[in-house]
Design a protein around this ligand. Structure first.
Ligand code: HEM
Length: 479
């Protein structure tokens, strides 16, 4: 067993070294951006993965930016990469999707796409279909008509449950909350009806973020291997749900899965495997992002009682002004929340979860006298926008009040938590609505305090070392 493992490691090393040398030879007559490529195979991956304990942009990016300038080359996860922090060039790259660059999923593709040939799933026709289907299920109309009350009910139940515990770890508990809430909406996920073995593994919830940016070595013991195994378990869960749906008489649940099954074999190109991978992808995109943002909101609110107070006033006013025709949050009420949106914006600004947007050069790209060769990966480091001190004074401070003074042009240029251009996130509005609904229930019905934790870590995904532990209790009646 050990010698097979050793042989696999050597084989992977040799293949990657060749791959790396070929890339460098091909780029010989090209003037590459400055930088350092580190060692064959691992490049500078180890340095990239060294954790930092600040919300500031990743020190790996910051140090090289100071040394080489805003656009520099490196090698990460066995791939040559150009990292750009140049605001104008980044805007250009975001606009050039499908022309000069295309989205690159990195190790993620190997976890989520059923096979290499399925990279066509990222092409524009397919993506258009995906966006349309996402927006028809979690877009404004559905949020307004049915999702707001459903989310409010779910958040109330969850908070009631959390309030019965001595304390909860927020990042982990939020991940479970988001998984259950959206899993239910996407394909009827109901963990209470499943055995422990059928449920989403806790290792997936805890470590999946790390797997997204890990070396794609599929060998037991690696993060990548664990994530891949967990993904297969989830794939099996979805496969069973699909089979049950096929057999069942109950036809119209009206969720994502129903729609995708209905569309299979029609004009669009998804087969059963692809439908499953798609649902898992959307589910992960939802839980990874929203649970981290929620943990950040909890962490910073518990350090800023004056922000909680301002939220409380805003949400109690909403309840006072209700005319009695509705007993749960309406679209109008959600849209009237000002300070809540400032808190959400600040959490989104502060906490860009990924180090940037990943792209692949479709052709040689000339920039500032250098060339980014076709086939190279590009990390469009959007987080630098969010800590620009000329736009955000004292950028590392959590200050939701700053949003009162920011005009819409500045916001559209210097605030990109959901990306931009063709690939702009279709889950932006549902995420905002979910976070606002959660805050509404939290501040109108509960009180909370931090018990311990809250140490931010970037490794390079954003999270909390040791978690954030919160004690929650129901608001006293007279208060
Ligand atoms: C706070 C929550 C979220 C954040 C911060 C976020 C962030 C992002 C970002 C930055 C991108 C652009 C990626 C790129 O250009 O490379 C993106 C794309 C995407 N997001 Fe989100 N997202 C969130 C929630 C969601 C949710 C709830 C869904 C599903 C309903 C979702 C589905 C997607 C999809 C499908 C894409 C790819 C779109 C395309 O390629 O055209 N996201 N997201």
């Amino acid at each position: 067993m050990m010698w097979i493992l050793a042989l696999s490691v050597v084989a992977v090393f040799v293949i990657y070294s060749f791959h790396w040398i070929l890339i460098m030879l091909n780029s010989n007559n090209i003037k590459l951006p400055p930088g350092s490529m580190g060692f064959p195979l691992i490049g500078e991956t180890i340095q990239f993965l060294i954790p930092s304990y600040s919300v500031d942009i990743h020190p790996f990016v910051k140090q090289r930016m100071l040394r080489f300038g805003p656009i520099f080359r490196t090698s990460l996860f066995g791939q040559p990469v150009v990292i750009t922090t140049d605001e104008e060039f980044n805007k250009f790259l975001i606009r050039e999707e499908g022309k000069t660059v295309e989205i690159w999923l990195g190790p993620l593709a190997k976890v989520f796409l059923p096979g290499e040939e399925d990279t066509h799933l990222l092409e524009s026709d397919f993506i258009k279909y995906v966006r349309q289907i996402i927006l028809s299920h979690v877009g404004i109309e559905n949020i307004r008509e049915k999702l707001l009350p459903q989310m409010e009910h779910f958040c109330s139940e969850t908070l009631r449950n959390w309030s019965t515990k001595t304390s909860i770890e927020v990042q982990h508990s939020s991940a479970n909350l988001v998984l259950e809430l959206f899993g239910k909406h996407y394909f009827g996920y109901d963990p209470e009806k499943l055995t422990e073995n059928e449920k989403v593994p806790q290792s997936f919830i805890n470590f999946f973020g790390d797997g997204l940016l890990s070396i794609p070595l599929d060998i037991p013991g690696t993060t990548f291997h664990t994530c891949k195994k967990d993904s297969q378990k989830i794939y099996k869960l979805l496969k069973n749900v699909m089979e049950e749906r096929r057999k069942s008489q109950e036809k119209h649940r009206g969720d994502f899965l129903d729609q995708l099954i209905k569309d299979m074999g029609a004009e669009h190109p998804m087969n059963e495997d692809q439908v499953i991978y798609f649902i898992v992808g959307i589910w992960v995109a939802t839980f990874l992002t929203n649970s981290t943002i929620l943990a950040i909101i909890f962490n910073f609110l518990s350090d800023h009682p004056s922000a909680i107070e301002e939220l409380r006033v805003e949400h109690e006013d909403i309840l006072k002004n209700r005319d009695g025709s509705s007993s749960s949050l309406t679209w109008h009420e959600y849209k009237s929340m000002k300070f809540t949106q400032h808190v959400i914006n600040e959490a989104l600004r502060y906490s860009i979860i990924f180090p940037g947007l990943l792209r692949k050069a479709l052709k040689d790209i000339p920039i500032n006298g250098y060339t980014i060769p076709a086939g190279w990966m590009i990390l469009v480091a959007t987080p630098t926008l969010h800590v620009n001190p000329e736009v955000y004074k004292d950028p590392l401070a959590f200050n939701p009040w700053r949003w009162k003074d920011l005009d819409s042009a500045t916001v559209s240029n210097y605030f990109k938590p959901f990306g931009g251009g063709m690939r702009q996130c279709p889950g932006a509005e549902i995420s905002r609505a979910f976070l606002a609904t959660f805050i509404h229930v939290l501040v109108t019905k509960y009180r909370f305090t931090k018990v311990r934790g809250g140490r931010i870590v970037r490794d390079p995904m954003l999270g909390f070392r040791g978690g954030v532990h919160i004690k929650i209790w129901e608001k006293p009646v007279h208060n």
